[in-house]
Design a protein around this ligand. Structure first.
Ligand code: FRU
Length: 499
């Protein structure tokens, strides 16, 4: 039975969506059906399709009482919106259905695990949000909240756990048929920790252990964890709030963190080895992963930044988009990300320019557009005389431009959207240290994917990724190249989708 609250949301989104034209939206990145979108939720493969749910406030383009929006796709690039899956309509989630995950039960039902939020008066007179973990079960379209909700509350917290920051369960099924989930939490001092829970059936849950503890290293509260094995490593990803920059890592305030290590299946202990940011651009948060039927681990994040996302025009009928789906692998002790290979099916006209040697500024025939997939192989024209700076400028006309530049002497790659249509004094550039011996010789591979209002950069076949949203009109589509010194490059440029 759908509640009146959910029926209202469904009616509203259906009517409102008709008034939004397709062009001002991204093409192959999922965006909010109407209103506001944040984190990816319930990312799973069910009945032959990928299901993506998302944090959703249909009634305005700003964050509000959280619903779950819902879309499906066969290739993670062409999306079909479905009616909202959940609304904050019960006594245990009346102030919001926060982030969570999805899994297929052996009996063929789709299980969603999410955070129920209620505001509660506290003994000290304050009014605070209390968070519990809840379940809904459905058929890919309609979901029924479980009568036993909440399935995890303050009683299943470790001694130093917080009932106020206890959210974003990510569930998985083990080969032995039992279930595990990780949830974000913090100590009374707001120090992040990831909690591990177990369940025989997906409905009855028990606290197992603190899987990872921040101990003051990476920001404060840890949100939206995901935990999996990949290429022989245990991978914990999480999105810490209030991060302090460390060198060239962790510059986004609310950022992303990947901890690589090993996991002992017997004791269920995670031993950390290395840490890195997941995305080095401006707009990327709360990523979640899914495994494809052919075994690839795919990650999608919210392509926004909490510190800058509320600065959009109130007249816009929708706000928020997801990142490209990214294929993950572990190489050279790092998390690598490559655009999902299905994007190659969307490639249209191909333009190649090989061994282009230039200084100063050039434009190349057939190289322009705001829906493109472009690969650049950059090297010095003379290995003994390395150029000082290379840049590709895009979304460009006489007034505007966005750029990705590289300085081999410092080995620093920069994305800069200062002249990309924003009228706000917010962060418009990010730098990334490309820690690689070839790059210090001026040899670097840059793949740039544009989808009207975003740029995603993949360096050296996925060693680093940088994402940023753009604010210029999609008709601003010029591309040029700049070199301070002599650069030689190969360019392979494809238009994407219907242009
Ligand atoms: C992360 C987050 C989650 C929470 C959701 C609320 O962006 O703060 O921790 O569940 O957004 O919308």
């Amino acid at each position: 039975m759908t509640s009146q609250v959910l029926r209202d949301a469904r009616r509203y989104e259906e009517e409102k969506e008709r008034k939004i034209a397709a062009e001002p939206r991204p093409d192959f990145h999922l965006s909010a059906r109407v209103g506001w979108m944040n984190d990816p939720n319930g990312f799973s493969y069910y009945k032959g399709e990928y299901h993506m749910f998302y944090q959703y406030h249909p009634f305005s383009p700003y964050w509000g009482p959280m619903h779950w929006g819902h879309a499906v796709s066969k290739d993670l690039l062409h999306w079909k919106q479905l009616p909202a899956a959940m609304a904050p309509d019960t006594d245990y989630d009346r102030d919001g259905c926060f982030s969570g995950s999805g899994i297929v039960l052996p009996d063929g039902r789709h299980l969603l695990m999410y955070t129920g939020v209620i505001k509660e008066n506290q003994p000290d007179g304050s009014n605070r949000e209390v968070q519990t973990q809840c379940i809904a079960v459905g058929d890919g379209l309609d979901y029924e909240k479980y009568a036993g909700n909440p399935v995890l509350d303050g009683k299943q917290l470790p001694e130093n756990g917080s009932r106020f920051d206890f959210r974003d369960p990510k569930i998985w099924r083990k080969p032995d048929g039992t279930y595990r989930c990780v949830a974000g939490n913090c100590t009374p001092e707001h120090d992040g920790q990831i909690l591990l829970y177990s369940s025989p059936d997906g409905f009855t849950w028990k606290f197992e252990r603190i899987l990872a503890a921040n101990k003051g290293r990476f920001g404060m509260m840890w949100e939206c964890p995901d935990f999996f094995q990949l290429d022989g490593k245990a991978v914990l990803i999480t999105s810490p709030q209030d991060m302090m920059p460390q060198g060239f890592e962790y510059h986004n305030g609310n950022g992303t963190l990947c901890l690589l290590g090993t996991f002992d299946e017997e004791t269920e202990e995670f031993h950390e080895e290395t840490d890195q940011a997941i995305d080095y651009g401006i707009d990327f948060y709360a990523p979640q992963t899914v495994v494809t039927p052919d075994g690839r681990r795919i990650m999608i994040g919210w392509m926004q930044n909490w510190d800058t996302c509320n600065l959009h025009a109130p007249s816009r009928p929708w706000f928020g988009q997801m990142s490209l789906p990214r294929e993950l692998s572990i190489q050279n002790g790092r998390l690598y990300q490559q655009p999902i290979r299905e994007i190659e099916e969307m490639r249209g006209q191909k333009v190649c320019h090989e061994n282009v040697t230039f200084t100063d500024i050039i434009r190349l025939d057939g190289v322009r557009g705001r829906k493109i997939d472009m690969e650049l192989q950059i090297r010095p024209a003379d290995a003994e005389n390395i150029y000082r700076k290379f840049a590709v400028r895009f979304a460009q006309d006489d007034t505007y431009q966005t750029s990705v530049s590289f300085r081999p002497y410092e080995s620093i790659l920069k994305i800069d959207r200062k002249h990309s249509g924003s009228r706000r004094a917010i962060i418009h550039q990010r730098r990334c240290l490309v820690n690689n011996s070839d790059s210090r010789k001026g040899i670097i591979k840059i793949r740039l994917i544009l989808d009207r209002f975003s740029a995603e950069v993949f360096v050296n076949d996925g060693e680093y990724a940088l994402s940023a949203t753009l604010y210029t009109d999609a008709a601003v589509d010029g591309i040029s190249f700049f070199a301070d010194g002599q650069v030689t490059m190969d360019v392979v440029h494809y238009s994407l989708g219907d242009v």
